[in-house]
Design a protein around this ligand. Structure first.
Ligand SMILES: Nc1ncnc2c1ncn2[C@@H]1O[C@H](COP(=O)(O)OP(=O)(O)OP(=O)(O)O)[C@@H](O)[C@H]1O
Ligand SMILES: [Mg+2]
Length: 361
C-alpha cells in the first residue's frame, strides 16, 4: 500500500476547478514533486493534503485511512512555506523546539532532539541567534529543521527555495536531497522550476490547469514526454509538424511538412494518417558541414541562422530549407574553440531516431 493515496480529488473556487480529478499514489520515502506553471493548482492540492482546505469530492488516504475529516494539527504532516514563517522573537533553538513543546515532550527529550536536528541542518553554532540575524538559506534550514522535528510521516514543501538567489538555491537543493536521505521522511515538494524538479525528485507529477499531465521519474519526463504540454514545459524542445505514413513496430515513418521523411520510435495506438509533431531535444540534434553529409539516414539541409555562445555550450539555430527553425545545442569541449559554424554556413541537420518522440495531436 502507498503511504499517501489521492483518489479523484476535485476542488472548486466558485465555478472554477482549481484541482480537477487528481489521482496520485506516493510511496514511503519518496521525494515527490508537483511541478507546473503558476495557477495550475499545486498549492491548492498541497493545502488539501495538509488539511487547510477540504476537497469537494474524492479521498485522501494516509496509510489506507481517509484523513479528509481530520484537522491539520492532528495529521502527522508538516508544511514548510516559502516565507519560512519563523517566530521572530524566538532563537533558532526555540523555533526548532516549538513543535516538541506543543506536543508536551520532556525537557530532556527536547534538548537531545533539538541538538540532533541542529546538527542535521548544520546550524549548531547558530543555536542562540534570532531569525533576523540569519541569511535566507539559514532561515530556510531552520524551517526545515522545525518541519522535521516531530518526525512527520509527510513533509510538504511549497516552493521553499523560491526566495533564494540562483547560487544559494543550488546549494540548498543539494542539502535538501541529503537531508531527505538522512531523515527518511517522505517529501512532497512544490515548484514551478523544471530544473529544480529534475534535480531533486524521485518522481514528478506535471500539473496543468488543475489536472495531471504525466507522473514519471525525471528522465522519463524529460526524454519521453507524454504530450505537447509536458514536452514544451520541461526544458527546450524542437517540434516539427508531421503526419504518420506508416506505423509498424519498431519504427514510425513520418512525413515532415515541406521537408521529407523521418523515423521515430513506434508506440501503441498510433495509426497511419495521424497528425502530430515530432519532438527532439536540442542536445540530440547534430549539425554537420554540408560536405560532411556521408550516409546519415534522416537528415535535412539548412543554413546557420544564428548562434548563442554561453561558455560551456553553443546553441545554433538552423533555418531548414522549408523555412522552419531548429535548435541544436553543441558542447564546446575542444579547448580554444568556441565556434564550429558561422552564420550563413550550409549545414546538414540530423539526429538518432531513438532520441525523438512522436506526439499525437
Ligand atoms: N481561496 C481562493 N479563492 C479563489 N480562487 C483561488 C483560491 N486559491 C486559489 N485560487 C485559484 O486557484 C488556482 C490555483 O491556485 P494555486 O494557488 O493552487 O496555484 P499554484 O499552482 O500554487 O500557483 P503558484 O505557482 O503561482 O503558486 C488559481 O487560478 C488561483 O487563482
Ligand atoms: Mg502556489
Amino acid at each position: 500500500m502507498a503511504l499517501l493515496e489521492i483518489h479523484d480529488v476535485t476542488k472548486h473556487f466558485g465555478e472554477f476547478a482549481a484541482v480537477n480529478s487528481v489521482n496520485i499514489a506516493i510511496e514511503a520515502g519518496e521525494f515527490f514533486t508537483l511541478l507546473g506553471p503558476s495557477g495550475c493548482g499545486k498549492t491548492t492540492l498541497l493545502r488539501m493534503i495538509a488539511g487547510f482546505d477540504q476537497p469537494d469530492s474524492g479521498q485522501i488516504l494516509l496509510d489506507g485511512v481517509d484523513i479528509v475529516s481530520i484537522p491539520p494539527e492532528k495529521r502527522p504532516i508538516h508544511t514548510v512555506f516559502q516565507s519560512y514563517a519563523l517566530f521572530p522573537h524566538l532563537t533558532v533553538e526555540s523555533n526548532i523546539a516549538f513543535p516538541l513543546k506543543m506536543s508536551g515532550k520532556t525537557p530532556d527529550e527536547i534538548r537531545s532532539r533539538v541538538k540532533e536536528s541542529l546538527d542535521n541542518v548544520r546550524l549548531t553554532s547558530f543555536a542562540n541567534r534570532f531569525p533576523h540575524e540569519l541569511s535566507g538559506g539559514q532561515k530556510q534550514r531552520v524551517a526545515f529543521a522545525r518541519g522535521l522535528i516531530n518526525r512527520p510521516r509527510l513533509l510538504l514543501l511549497d516552493e521553499p527555495l523560491g526566495a533564494l538567489d540562483a547560487k544559494l538555491r543550488e546549494e540548498m537543493q543539494i542539502e535538501l536531497i541529503n537531508l531527505q536521505q538522512e531523515v527518511g521522511v517522505t517529501f512532497i515538494f512544490v515548484t514551478h522550476a523544471q530544473n529544480e524538479a529534475l534535480a531533486l525528485s524521485h518522481r514528478i507529477a506535471v500539473m496543468n490547469q488543475g489536472g495531471i499531465e504525466q507522473i514519471d521519474d525525471p528522465s522519463k519526463i524529460y526524454n519521453f514526454p507524454r504530450n505537447r504540454f509536458v514536452a514544451s514545459f520541461i526544458g527546450k524542445i524542437n517540434m516539427l509538424d508531421v503526419q504518420v505514413l506508416e506505423a509498424t513496430s519498431p519504427q514510425l515513418r513520418l512525413s515532415v511538412m515541406g521537408l521529407g521523411e523521418v523515423a521515430a520510435p513506434w508506440r501503441q495506438g498510433i495509426k497511419t494518417g495521424d497528425k502530430g509533431v515530432i519532438a527532439i531535444r536540442p542536445e540530440q540534434v547534430q549539425i554537420l558541414h554540408y560536405s560532411e553529409n556521408l550516409g546519415v539516414a534522416d537528415h535535412f539541409t539548412g543554413k546557420v541562422h544564428d548562434y548563442l555562445y554561453v561558455g560551456d555550450v553553443t546553441t545554433y539555430i538552423v533555418e531548414l530549407c522549408n523555412g522552419l527553425l531548429i535548435e541544436a545545442l553543441l558542447p564546446n569541449s575542444t579547448p580554444g574553440r568556441a565556434k564550429l559554424f558561422e552564420i550563413g554556413d550550409s549545414v546538414v541537420v540530423t539526429w538518432q531516431y531513438e532520441a525523438s518522440t512522436y506526439l499525437n495531436g
